[in-house]
Design a protein around this ligand. Structure first.
Ligand code: SF4
Ligand code: SF4
Length: 54
C-alpha cells in the first residue's frame, strides 16, 4: 500500500509495468488486483511511501 507520506510525485508511474497506480488521490493508490508485487514502485519512491503488507 502507499502511505500518507506520498506526495503524488508520480515517480512510480513510469516504472510500474502494470500501470496500476491510481493518482486521482494523494496518497496515490495501488490497484492490488493488477499489481505484480515487482517492487519497482518501492525502489523508485523518493518518499519511501510504498510499504509491503501481508
Ligand atoms: S509493485 Fe510493481 S506492479 Fe505493483 S504497483 Fe508497484 S510497480 Fe506496479
Ligand atoms: S513515487 Fe512515492 S511519493 Fe511519488 S507518487 Fe509514487 S508513492 Fe507517491
Amino acid at each position: 500500500m502507499i502511505g500518507n507520506n506520498c506526495i503524488g510525485c508520480k515517480a512510480c508511474e513510469t516504472v510500474c509495468p502494470q500501470n496500476c497506480i491510481d493518482f486521482s488521490t494523494v496518497p496515490s493508490k495501488i490497484n492490488v488486483n493488477n499489481c505484480l508485487h515487482c517492487g519497482n514502485c518501492m525502489t523508485v519512491c523518493p518518499q519511501n511511501a510504498v510499504v509491503k503488507i501481508g
